[in-house]
Design a binder for this molecule. Structure first.
Ligand code: PLP
Length: 396
């Protein structure tokens, strides 16, 4: 056994703050008791602030992000409905694949991995769709496989410019509570997330924020749904209950997570993620390596996918770091398997924690014979953090 904490730098599940861990350490509860709504009703309201939404509803299903995708599609669409999306990584691919498997008529624009949502192509497709056959436009806000963040606001602008009524659906699984997101301002109809990334909790809840418009679409939508039915959920949620047994400890965890995020201040949370990510990017530069994200406008503040030089296997970086140093990194998925390794820098994270990952990556790369000078990445990040540190002390 290795002494000390395992260094967890995968892009979810993220590190669990002690305060959230203890918040979930509750006895089993009666989920039909008169007291239960005291937990749930404020939770349904308060979580809206994390999505920056003032109306609609946030559905909390026992499940994961993938279940949230399914809830979004099945509650609002009918077989054969046209859906516009783009594929530029494993997660945007999987959501598109789910659309196909539900019998939707998919227009999936293939984009090189390392870029994000092609807003201009979306704008052209929307302008050309005079009969408004496209019912939903999908955006993967943060593609976790490549470390690419897309511009949701620009997609909203494209929809408005075309005067197009399609719903805007966002995968926010690795962005919500870490990267700025504005449900109301950007006119988003559904945003899907999960507990195990920015919310700093274990996996176990699909979090689906839906606008009033999206909820209204359930009367038209004919895709089959039972477990994920908005209607069933709303009937009971309005009084603080669920149509099936809720994951009560996770609801307590989510309560504590929202409190923690709001104590720090959402804008400070976003600034912290940006500061930490910038330090990682400085280290990558100093190592003489490149990110999978092809341009700064795509840079993700929650995960960095780092390309290894030709002839090296990125999978070896991941396995060596794990076995030799007790450091978990994200592996390259699908098209970028063996080409990238990923550092997750989201959730319960600070400058000194990420320095641990950078040191471990640097040692690993040198062990594997990559041409990296000892300490250069760590030094570059160190200088960035010294200059930009928030100076806040943590007592948690
Ligand atoms: N979307 C994105 C962007 C993700 O990163 C993930 C998982 O990492 C998912 C969707 C799928 O979520 P889950 O694994 O919670 O089902």
């Amino acid at each position: 056994m290795r002494a000390g904490y395992h260094a967890l730098f995968i892009p979810g599940p993220t590190n669990l703050p002690e305060r959230l861990r203890t918040a979930m350490f509750v006895p089993s509860e009666d989920q039909r008791s008169p007291d239960f709504p005291k937990l749930t009703v404020p939770l349904f309201n308060d979580i809206k602030r994390i999505f920056k939404m003032s109306s609609g509803h946030v559905f909390l299903y026992p499940g994961s992000g993938t279940g949230g995708w399914e809830a979004a599609l099945t509650n609002t669409l009918s077989p054969g409905d046209k859906v516009l999306t783009s594929v530029f990584g494993q997660f945007s691919h999987l959501w598109a694949d789910m659309c196909r498997r539900h019998g939707l008529n998919l227009d999936a624009i293939e984009v090189p991995w390392g870029e994000g949502v092609p807003v201009e192509t979306y704008a052209e497709r929307l302008a050309a769709d005079k009969n408004h056959e496209i019912k939903a436009v999908l955006v993967c806000h943060n593609e976790t496989a490549t470390g690419v963040t897309s511009d949701v606001a620009a997609v909203r602008k494209a929809l408005d410019a075309a005067g197009h009524p399609a719903m805007l659906m966002v995968d926010g699984v690795s962005s919500i509570a870490s990267i700025d997101f504005r449900m109301d301002e950007w006119g988003v109809d559904i945003c899907v997330s999960g507990t195990q990334k920015g919310f700093m909790l274990p996996t176990g809840l699909s979090i689906v924020a839906a606008s009033d418009r999206a909820i209204g679409e359930t009367t038209r939508a004919k895709l089959p749904r039972t477990y994920f039915s908005f209607e069933d959920m709303l009937k009971l949620n309005k009084d603080g209950y669920f149509p099936y047994t809720p994951a009560t400890p996770l609801l307590h965890g989510l309560r504590a997570s929202i409190d923690l995020l709001e104590e720090e201040g959402l804008e400070n949370v976003f600034a912290r993620h940006h500061r930490i990510a910038e330090g990682v990017r400085k280290a990558v530069d100093a190592w003489g390596l490149k990110l999978c994200a092809r341009e700064p406008k795509w840079h993700s503040d929650t995960v960095s996918a780092i390309l290894v030089p030709e002839g090296f296997d990125a999978g070896k970086v991941v396995s060596h770091a794990y076995h030799r140093y007790g450091l978990s990194l994200g592996a390259g998925l699908s098209k970028v398997a063996g080409k990238v390794f990923r550092i997750g820098h989201l959730g319960w994270m600070n400058e000194l924690m990420i320095m641990q990952a950078l040191a471990g990556v640097e040692m690993t790369m040198r062990d594997l014979g990559m041409q990296v000078e000892a300490g250069v990445g760590v030094a570059a990040a160190e200088e960035h953090y010294r200059r930009s540190a928030a100076g806040a002390s943590s007592t948690r």
